[in-house]
Ligand binder design. Structure first.
Ligand code: GDP
Length: 207
């Protein structure tokens, strides 16, 4: 089977730079997709699986790089952005507020941002952080795609029924929203995720 064009492009992903604030980001041009999730949601594993690079997202966990935004270059015009989300880990309230402010700034001001991928552990969906991201997506009318991660931890029937419950819960979401099952462990949902990224990043099948 030929490689998915998005998979091919993600294989070339390279760490570009980190930024603590909007004014430290690369020039606001081209197309950018951001990945967010509570810590332990499986974000690094998802990024690594989708890019076929085992160590890519680990760079975001390297001390000194646990910053607000980590940029990965796909080509001249396209980037992935990893939002480490440490604001919701064990940090002080003031640090968390500061993080939230910078994140809000990035999310609302960044012209290049075309979509947000939100990772949620299928066993613990719709936590505060997720609701915050959903609220922001609604406000900004920013498309959001949810990966229900670690789907391999549940039997298929249970995973599917959780997916449907969450879908029902988000029925009224005013911005474009989609969701799917995902497993970094066995590869469930990779094609679907590549399709969505390809759509957002305007990758045509024979690019
Ligand atoms: P992050 O903090 O969101 O970046 O989460 P990680 O990717 O580091 O994953 C957190 C934990 O969940 C690790 O122990 C991973 O091995 C585990 N994990 C991540 N994705 C999956 C998955 O698809 N299936 C299973 N079974 N475990 C996973």
């Amino acid at each position: 089977m030929p490689m998915h064009p998005m998979e091919k492009m993600l294989h070339q992903a390279l760490f570009l730079q980190s930024a603590q604030r909007l004014d430290q980001c690369p020039p606001d041009e081209g197309l950018e997709v951001a990945f967010a999730g509570r810590s332990n949601a499986g974000k690094s594993s998802a990024i690594n699986r989708l890019t076929g690079q085992r160590t890519l997202a680990r760079t975001s966990k390297t001390p000194g790089r646990t910053q607000l935004l980590n940029f990965f270059q796909l080509d001249e015009e396209r980037r992935l952005v990893d939002l480490p989300g440490y604001g919701y880990a064990k940090v002080s309230k003031s640090k968390r507020n500061e993080w939230q402010e910078h994140l809000d700034h990035y999310l609302s001001e960044r012209q290049a941002l075309v979509g947000l991928v939100l990772m949620m552990d299928i066993r613990h969906p719709l936590k505060d952080f997720d609701l915050l991201m959903l609220e922001w997506s609604a406000q900004a009318n920013m498309p959001i795609h949810i990966l229900m991660t670690k789907a391999d931890k549940l039997k298929f029937g249970a995973a599917k029924s959780t997916l449907l419950q969450v879908k029902k819960h988000l029925k009224e979401h005013p911005a474009p929203l989609s969701l799917q099952l995902f497993s970094a462990t066995n590869g469930t949902g990779c094609d679907e995720a590549w399709d969505k990224l390809g759509e957002w990043l305007e990758i045509t099948p024979d690019a």
